[in-house]
Design a protein around this ligand. Sequence first.
Ligand SMILES: Cc1cc2nc3c(=O)[nH]c(=O)nc-3n(C[C@H](O)[C@H](O)[C@H](O)COP(=O)(O)OP(=O)(O)OC[C@H]3O[C@@H](n4cnc5c(N)ncnc54)[C@H](O)[C@@H]3O)c2cc1C
Length: 295
Amino acid sequence: MIPPPFEYRAPESLPETLALLREHGDEARLMAGGQSLLPMLKLRLVRPAVIVDIGRLQELDGIREEANTVRLGALVTERTLERKLEQRLPLLSEAAASIGDIHIRNLGTLGGTLCQADPSGDLAPAALALEATLTAQSTDGSRAIAAHEFFSGPFDTCLADDEMVTGVEVPAADPESVRGHGYIKLARRAGDYAVVGAAALVSLGPDGSCRDGRVALCAVGPTAFLCEAAGRSLQGTRLTDADLAEAADLAGNEADPVSDVHASAEYRRAMTPVVVNRALTRARERARASHAQRP
Ligand SMILES: Cc1cc2nc3c(=O)[nH]c(=O)nc-3n(C[C@H](O)[C@H](O)[C@H](O)COP(=O)(O)OP(=O)(O)OC[C@H]3O[C@@H](n4cnc5c(N)ncnc54)[C@H](O)[C@@H]3O)c2cc1C
């Protein structure tokens, strides 16, 4: 398939990029890794007049680890997330490692996958569970958008036509507690998009009880979403099997899947609590192992 004709621009700086977005508005599309945009162009699902290739913007690449936050540039690739964040943000690393195959992860970017807003995308639930904040910029300035406010519908975000994501900030874990994580993806074949994806984070206090629990889902609703009732139900518990099962059922109640060629809505609904339970169990076991090693 050959894409329709477009004008190609490759700005060298962020101000130049923002000026192009201001000039062309909804006629322009940014291209980061091109892993979603190029297939969409070839299938003629999008027909932008101008493609703005942001691959040269080195200021959008890189990871800055600070005491209270990790700052990630929009152009950090999925493969870099997978390899460089195993220690500091293992949930994001685990979710990134589950994306497609290594060729896609070498090119696909954090900003691109979040802005693509595919309801089945693997990084969105991790970003939601980690309470990430995205930075959006335009020629008018910048604003911070909480991950839970970013996704507005399937393949849609709250970005204005002249805005772009320049980075993502993830707050550090509470130093008083130990954290365990789990990302579980149910897919038909290795490398496929999720049929159900669940990200879980649990934090244990010094007495081993749960201080904070978070569950976020993809592929079972119009957007990825945080299951607040499930997270709340875990707080203060000992994370017994019954506690996890209750949280998994609460998360399952929030699933609102549709049928597609990969799975029926009924199957996705039935599998949601199963996948959430597995993610929570993995998170609990990791948290308990870290807790046991604490002096
Ligand atoms: C075969 C295949 C399998 C895949 N499997 C998976 C999978 O299992 N799980 C998964 O999560 N993903 C999967 N993907 C998608 C992959 O993760 C893509 O890389 C990702 O969705 C898009 O990232 P990108 O950097 O390539 O963005 P691009 O394709 O360049 O852009 C995607 C969209 O985001 C916009 N955009 C890009 N960057 C910005 C920015 N900084 N600010 C504002 N808008 C921006 C673009 O204009 C475009 O509309 C798969 C892709 C392929 C081709």
